[in-house]
Write a protein that binds this ligand. Sequence first.
Ligand code: DQA
Length: 144
Amino acid sequence: MNKVVVIHGPNLNMLGTREPDIYGRETLDDINTTLHEKASDHGWELHCVQSNHEGDIVDAIQAACLDDTSAIIINPAAYTHTSVAILDALNAFEGKVIEVHLSNVHKRESFRHHSYVSLRADGVIAGLGSQGYHAALAAVLAVS
Ligand code: DQA
């Protein structure tokens, strides 16, 4: 069975109550549940990980390198703008990588305009809210 891993970075466990004007009112569970349903409708296994810790995210990427995962959908949140460690881990992953941001980071503070992860990502989606995750999953399902 094809596998896709969805990785959510720091503070995304607070979705629903965290700055809802920017990030929306859906919870992470709402988003993950819909992604699970869509993936299983297509006969895919989908695994979701959320962590507030950079090393845990590196560990999740390394696990995906070792278990035949076909694609990673990742919202690295604040680590997008700082983490060479997450970029290095993704560089070792051979499948498809889609980077997702709920907000349009390019409309926001200048420190959010640079993404280390974009140096590896095959596709980047920003500003579509939770629909960005669904678009990313649709792209993974379509091309794999
Ligand atoms: C985010 C944008 C990041 O700049 C921010 O640190 C986040 C969420 C987004 O989904 O829009 O935590 O990745």
